[in-house]
Ligand binder design. Structure first.
Ligand SMILES: [Zn+2]
Length: 354
């Protein structure tokens, strides 16, 4: 019900993107991606001259020897891990990001695919290893979709993505000999979130660590979302019918608890406890890191960063790469206590698969 609800809520809630103190727009709020990171100099490397296909991958890649069954809507497509990782990378991270951030992301998407295939098995019943739905597994873009998305940058960007895949060929992150649940997200305010504070369960490698994003360095870092009293009341009551929301909305919220990094942990709405993650979902907020203001007409949620906050921050990875950090350093920063391994196929880390 809550998923449905937040989808319904979206058109009724006005979001305003704020960078620093400048309000860019209300309503049509898509800003162009920030070109903070120039692509690496590949002038010494021969690039394909605009032909509409990817340059050939190097021979003998471990990723070319692993096949993945990828569920795309009603179809299951079999492809090499190399093909899948390039498409997932193109779907999940801006190709303009720094090379080492793209390599870190390549390891994360490869690890996630190994995790769904060998550990969670969430698509096993459907005869697949992983799917292309970003709300379930990871985004994936076909070569045609990437060609359309990148336009005249296709040759340059496909080369960058292939380099990220071949540079990290076959490498995944493991914890206690198994592929990790390699969660990632767009950006966070000062620190990532521990798994247990966002989802049920605790994973020792998904714990809060510091992250370098700022409003100056990250596109659309701060978002203001205005929720009128009518909308607030309607959407809270559908989810929490026992909430008592009287005439004066300044009384509606109480016991509001934040973490030291602005994360809304819990509040009471009309006397009923609601978690920060539930508030984020119900009102389609970018993040649980926020300030809440009571206004004359309702509530203003000013959020910092974008995404659930667990695992690797993509913007953080890009900023770390810009500071000269290599992909291994980036990943060991965001995923605590992990090891790198090249398991290949059949998967050596799981006896059931051997
Ligand atoms: Zn899936």
């Amino acid at each position: 019900m809550r998923n449905k609800l937040s989808a319904l809520a979206a058109p009724l809630i006005v979001s305003i993107l704020v960078i620093g103190t400048v309000i860019f727009s209300a309503g049509g709020f898509a800003l162009p991606p920030k070109e903070t990171d120039a692509p690496p100099d590949v002038s010494g490397t021969p690039l394909p001259s605009g032909e509409p296909s990817f340059p050939p991958l190097p021979d003998n890649l471990a990723d070319s020897a692993v096949m993945l069954k990828v569920k795309d809507e009603d179809n299951v497509i079999e492809m090499t891990a190399a093909e899948y990782i390039i498409g997932a990378l193109g779907g999940e991270m801006p190709a303009a990001f720094n090379a080492e951030a793209l390599s870190a992301q390549a390891v994360a998407v490869r690890t996630y695919a190994y995790y769904t295939k060998h550990v969670s098995g969430k698509h096993r019943d459907g005869g697949a290893d992983v799917c292309t739905d970003s709300s379930c597994c990871q985004a994936y873009k076909s070569k045609d979709e990437l060609r359309e998305k990148w336009g005249n940058k296709f040759a340059e960007y496909s080369y960058k993505l292939q380099t990220a895949v071949s540079q990290t060929d076959g490498i995944i992150m493991e914890f206690e000999g198994k592929p990790i649940f390699a969660a990632f997200f767009s950006s966070a305010y000062l620190a990532t979130e521990s798994c247990r504070d966002v989802w049920t369960g605790d994973l020792p490698y998904l714990v809060s660590v510091d992250t370098p994003e700022t409003a100056e360095a990250v596109s659309n870092f701060i978002t203001e979302t205005i929720v009128t009293t009518d909308v607030f009341k309607e959407y809270i009551l559908v989810n929490y019918p026992e909430a008592k929301l009287g005439n004066d909305h300044s009384d509606w919220l109480s016991d509001v608890e934040f973490s030291e990094n602005k994360r809304l942990r819990t509040l009471k709405a009309g006397g009923v406890s609601v978690s920060g993650t539930a508030i984020r979902k119900i009102f389609s907020l970018s993040s649980t890191a926020m300030e809440i203001e009571v206004t004359e007409s309702g509530f203003l949620f000013r959020t910092y960063g974008k995404g659930h906050g667990v695992g690797m921050s993509q913007w953080g990875a890009n900023l770390m790469a810009g500071q000269g950090k290599a992909w291994r350093e980036i990943l060991t920063h965001y995923y605590t206590g992990i090891e790198f391994n090249v398991p290949g196929e059949p998967f050596a880390g799981n006896p059931q698969e051997a």
